[in-house]
Ligand binder design. Structure first.
Ligand SMILES: [Zn+2]
Length: 338
């Protein structure tokens, strides 16, 4: 088969690799229907996160089961399945508590931008759709694998409630789907912080009621103005920089919550300053598996169309252009089709 390998900063190649095979009896092999490039893939792509050896890439996936190991009970060949970026058993105490990305047996999926993929702990990790989905639903179903699940978790972690005011920091695909999630959870006022016209438009389509273009302290001041000096009840931090985190905390009212899902890079918080904000912080790698059944159902029933975040579709063998387009912000998110 062929798959995606990152060799170093801005050096992505699509090349011949060994076909994945069943290693453990709990594995499944899936034939990729669609994969995509994640905003978090850009950290190593840009050299912010060092690459010491050629590294297979990709952790968002959906496809058709080709083969399963002897101990796989519920997942069957021929099923269309979606899984999270962490394999999980879905039975240990952390999984039972809804934190499958902290599973005691978790394994990171990192070879999904490829024609085939081995998925460990298949019964715990994968969710099958009732039947093969129609072609037009594939992009939206793919988002449930990570980007939508992550935006959804940001909203859950920020404790979004009906009638409340929510702010979304970050207008990447996760932030935009954070807006969609907040809308689904019934927030009344939804403020998207974005400077890019095409992204503002999509944010409005997903339910944003207001757009704020200012950033940093100016952004915080603007949110305070808009909320009578109070701050927002729920803030979703979907970037992972020092500025975005401080912006998120600054926008939150005392007693409010920040849900942070942007992978932090160089973020440092001052304990005493945080102490006096009275702000709750919760975040981490989204336990997407927890939300998959619900999100798949929302997509299949036509209630949401998160696949709109894909504004570039390429054949998988042009994956390098997919990275470039996102790096240069010509694309919000690249869909890859084998
Ligand atoms: Zn577990």
């Amino acid at each position: 088969m062929r798959g995606t390998i990152l060799y170093g900063a801005r050096d992505v190649r699509f090349e011949e690799r060994d076909d994945p095979r069943i290693i453990n009896p709990t594995d499944a092999i899936i034939k990729m229907t669609a994969a995509c490039v994640c905003g978090s893939d850009l950290w190593p792509y840009r050299g912010v996160q060092e690459i010491t050896e050629p590294t297979p890439m990709g952790h968002e996936y959906c496809g058709v089961v080709e083969e399963v190991g002897d101990d796989v009970k519920s997942i069957k060949p021929g099923q269309f399945v979606i899984g999270s970026f962490f394999a999980s058993d879905n039975t240990c105490p952390h999984c039972q508590a809804g934190y499958q990305t902290s599973c005691q047996h978790k394994e990171f999926i990192t070879e999904a931008q490829a024609e085939f993929l081995r998925v460990p702990l298949a019964d715990g990790t994968l969710v099958a759709t009732p039947e093969a989905p129609s072609e037009d639903l594939i992009p939206s179903l793919l988002t449930t694998s990570d980007v939508l699940g992550t935006g959804w978790f940001a909203a859950v972690a920020a404790d979004v409630k009906p009638g409340k005011t929510a702010v979304v920091v970050g207008d990447g695909a996760v932030g935009l789907l954070g807006v969609l999630s907040v809308k689904q959870m019934g927030a009344e006022r939804i403020i998207a912080m974005s400077r890019h016209e095409s992204r503002q438009k999509l944010a409005r389509e997903f339910g944003a009621t207001d757009i704020v273009t200012e950033r940093g302290e100016e952004g915080v001041a603007r949110i305070k103005d808009m909320t009578h000096g109070i701050g927002a009840d729920a803030v979703l931090e979907c970037v992972g920089t020092q500025e975005s985190m401080m912006q998120a905390i600054g926008c939150t009212r005392p007693g409010g919550s920040v849900g942070y899902v942007g992978m932090p890079h160089g973020v440092e918080l001052d304990g005493q300053a945080l102490f006096f904000t009275h702000v709750r912080l919760h975040g981490g790698p989204a336990p997407v598996r927890n939300f998959l059944p619900k999100l798949i159902e929302l997509v299949l029933s036509g209630k949401i169309t998160p696949g709109k975040v894909f504004d570039l579709t390429l054949p998988l063998d042009q994956v390098a252009e997919g990275y470039r387009a996102m790096d240069e912000r010509r694309a919000i998110k690249t869909l890859l089709r084998p």
